[in-house]
Design a protein around this ligand. Structure first.
Ligand code: GH3
Ligand code: MG
Ligand code: MG
Ligand code: MG
Length: 339
């Protein structure tokens, strides 16, 4: 995982754990076949674990880092190869296993039964070495393909929840996180803080230096916002140059102190860009949720209160932190009459 801030999300996407297609598990009760298989596979640079019964193989296959290439004898004491195939296929999660069934049974119906039990392929005994090698290559291709698909899936999942310019949570994700944290706050009786932070006169930066420089300023502003909160707070890009920050278990006084730290962190030194240093300031609106009060604010109430507070910070001169206690009170009494 290469995420710097797993919750705040300033980062590249996490890759899936690396696969290990060069590791092979052999389950074969016949010592001679086992040794022959083992020596060929080692010769082809596979790392081999060779076991003599199905039960031992099953206990290895249940481990998280189990080999993904598996060669299973059909007839074994304890647990047969086909039953092992069924168990592996009914496992939830984990990486795909390529299962190659070894069988002395060469009849068509046996082979169909083996494949139906979940084997990817089979080899009849005595096996041909070139055929074994070709089957192993096929297995590796399947595992590599599976790996590539997983990587794409992980990347798509990351992209669907993150803003591509800043790496922060995107609008949809941060809004869901706010709803989730609001529910958690009610359940646990913990306070919750929300900030709406908007860069001041950002349009002027675009107008003076161009959109690309504006983008660079936005990226650095996002980093500074992330740097000024705890790494388990959630930072999202709510809109163009507007950020929504959700801070679990944050009291009102913590919220004010953090917002002030964020304001200073953004305006403390100009942002270095290719066209030179550009000073920025931010206005921040706050909303706090007291989960022990009789009437409680919803996620939407918190958004509305933080937005009104931000509006106040703008009209009061920008580069400042504001809350809107009377809006918060009005929201509470509205909530009370609708309970
Ligand atoms: P205020 O202090 O009232 O917030 O003024 P402002 O100029 O920051 O606000 P306004 O809403 O007038 O302008 C926001 C600007 O942000 C306009 C828009 O082009 C710019 N913007 C929004 N998204 C992006 C982006 O992804 N990249 C760049 N470079 N600019 C963006
Ligand atoms: Mg056997
Ligand atoms: Mg703005
Ligand atoms: Mg704005």
């Amino acid at each position: 995982m290469s995420i710097l801030h797993p919750f705040s999300g300033l980062a590249q996407s996490p890759g899936p754990e690396s696969s290990r297609p060069d590791e092979v598990l052999i389950a074969e009760d016949d010592p001679i076949s086992r040794r022959v298989l083992e020596s060929w596979l080692r010769k082809w640079n596979y790392r081999v674990t060779a076991l003599e019964n199905g039960l031992d193989a099953w206990s290895v296959l249940q481990q998280q880092d189990a080999p993904q290439m598996v060669i299973l004898d059909w007839m074994m004491p304890g647990l047969e190869g086909t039953e092992l195939c069924r168990r592996v296929r009914s496992q939830q999660g984990g990486r795909y296993k390529y299962l190659l069934l070894l069988t002395a049974k060469g009849r068509k119906e046996d082979i169909v039964a083996g494949l139906e039990a979940g084997a990817d392929d089979y080899l009849t005994k005595p096996f041909d070495v070139n055929e074994l090698r070709a089957r192993m290559r096929t297995g590796k291709r399947i595992l590599d393909l599976q790996d590539a698909l997983l990587r794409v899936q992980t990347e798509l999942q990351f992209q669907s929840a993150h803003d591509h310019l800043t790496g922060l949570w995107n609008h949809g994700a941060i809004t869901s996180l706010l709803q989730r944290e609001t529910q958690r706050s009610s359940r646990m009786g913990h306070p919750l803080g929300v900030m709406m932070a908007d860069l001041d006169h950002f349009k002027r930066i675009n107008d003076s230096y161009g959109h690309q420089t504006g983008d660079a300023v936005l990226r650095e502003a996002a980093s500074r916002i992330v740097a000024s909160v705890r790494n388990y707070d959630y930072v999202g890009r709510y809109g163009g140059e507007e950020f929504l920050i959700v801070l679990a278990e944050c009291t009102t006084s913590d919220l004010i102190a953090t917002a002030e730290r964020m304001r200073v962190c953004l305006s403390g030194s100009p942002i270095e860009t290719e066209v030179g240093p550009i000073p920025v300031t931010v206005s921040i609106g706050l909303a706090a949720r007291d989960a022990t009060a009789a009437v409680q604010l919803t996620g939407d109430d918190l958004l509305r209160v933080a937005d009104m507070a931000l509006y106040r910070a703008k009209t009061n001169g920008r580069n400042r932190v504001e809350s809107a206690p009377e809006i918060q009170k009005a929201s509470l009494s509205h909530a009370a009459t609708h309970q």
